[in-house]
Design a protein around this ligand. Structure first.
Ligand code: ZN
Length: 349
């Protein structure tokens, strides 16, 4: 009896090892073949006949089986910590140590980066993070979105989009994901990705019955629309490439690879605070804004957050918080126009 059990266990072990030791097939990307344990860097061309650009992409194909993760940086070209972190992360990523594949978009919006432009691509003045799914025959930004969706996301099992605060934005680092009630499994996978990244706050975007009938609009929501679990990072402020925030993003990328079992390591034991609702506070005046709080501060309902003066410096109004919460990000530099967003406050109970 003992011999028979032993034989059975040995046979099981042999079957298991032969299954896991099966060679990993090459990954074909843009008609190029990437062998297991190697990487490929390519510039994806995008043109609308008038304007043109490239998207720098590196593909790391592991030696063991696993999922395909897409990491997208530089959708906004003035958000440097994600772009620098992606670049440094790519230098350290060893495909021979990976189980699965990482498709890393180093910089989605090269014209905005080189043109030092906030939010938009100077070629067509469009915000890449407002035009998804894009158009195959649209303007250059719409075609960048289309390329990201069809040439990158369509190849992925998971997608991460990385952002930061731009030149006027003070920001408290956080992760986020889309929560729609009719796709609970997809939302839950997004939540687990966002938690695993390791940031102290996780924001639920969406939080409504369904995404059906709405355009994707946003980069990571394009992935969700395609049924691909996705998460976001916001880390960095004032358009600065601060080493501390670059390091936080690199750690988050590593944490996500461990969470998805693409890389080995110790999973993050992060227990973030979940923010289910945010309030946006817009300016009622045009002129100069003098803030009296910083990103990350906890504020009570009715708290004075700052004041606005006219162009002569005469006070024209206070900015008061209608809710209790934490300042996730805020416009911290003097110029402000009526209707522009001053604060995003995450509700805390
Ligand atoms: Zn952004």
């Amino acid at each position: 009896m003992l011999t028979r059990t032993l034989f059975f266990l040995l046979a099981l072990f042999a079957a298991f090892t032969s299954a896991t030791a099966a060679p990993v097939k090459p990954f074909v990307f843009q008609n190029q073949t990437i062998k297991a344990g190697s990487k490929l860097s390519v510039l994806l061309p995008v043109t609308d006949g008038k304007d043109s650009t490239v998207i720098p992409v590196s593909v790391f194909h592991g030696t063991k089986k696993g999922p395909v993760l897409g990491i997208i940086a530089g959708v906004h070209g003035y958000e440097y910590p994600p772009i620098i972190a992606a670049q440094q992360f790519a230098q350290t990523l060893d495909p021979t140590q990976l189980s699965g594949t990482v498709i890393l978009v180093h910089l989605a919006n090269v014209p905005a980066f080189l043109g030092r432009r906030l939010r938009v691509n100077p070629q067509d003045e469009k915000n890449l993070n407002r035009v998804f799914p894009g158009k195959a025959d649209g303007t250059i930004t719409e075609r960048i979105a289309w390329t990201l969706g069809n040439d990158i996301m369509a190849r992925c099992n998971y997608v991460l989009d990385v952002h930061a605060g731009e030149a006027n934005d003070d920001l408290r680092p956080y992760a986020g994901y889309y929560n729609y009630f009719d796709t609970p499994a997809l939302s839950e996978q997004g939540r687990q990705m966002a938690v695993a990244l390791g940031f102290p706050y996780v924001i639920q975007f969406g939080n409504e019955p369904t995404l059906t009938g709405q355009p994707a609009t946003y980069c990571s929501r394009e992935a969700v629309k395609r049924g691909i679990p996705a998460a976001d990072i916001e880390c960095g402020r004032f358009g600065m490439a601060e080493a501390e925030n670059v390091a936080l993003i690199k750690q988050a990328l590593h944490n996500l690879l461990v969470h998805l079992h693409i890389a080995e390591g110790t999973p993050s034991t992060n227990q973030p605070y979940l923010i289910k609702q945010r309030t946006s506070i817009e300016s009622e005046h045009t002129g100069f804004f003098y803030p009296q709080v910083k990103a990350g501060e906890f504020i009570a309902r009715g708290r004075k957050l700052g004041y606005i003066t006219d162009l002569f410096g005469n006070p024209v109004g206070d900015v008061v918080s209608p809710v209790k919460g934490v300042v996730l990000y805020m416009s911290s530099t003097p110029p402000i126009s009526k209707g522009q967003e001053l604060f995003s406050v995450g509700h805390v109970e």
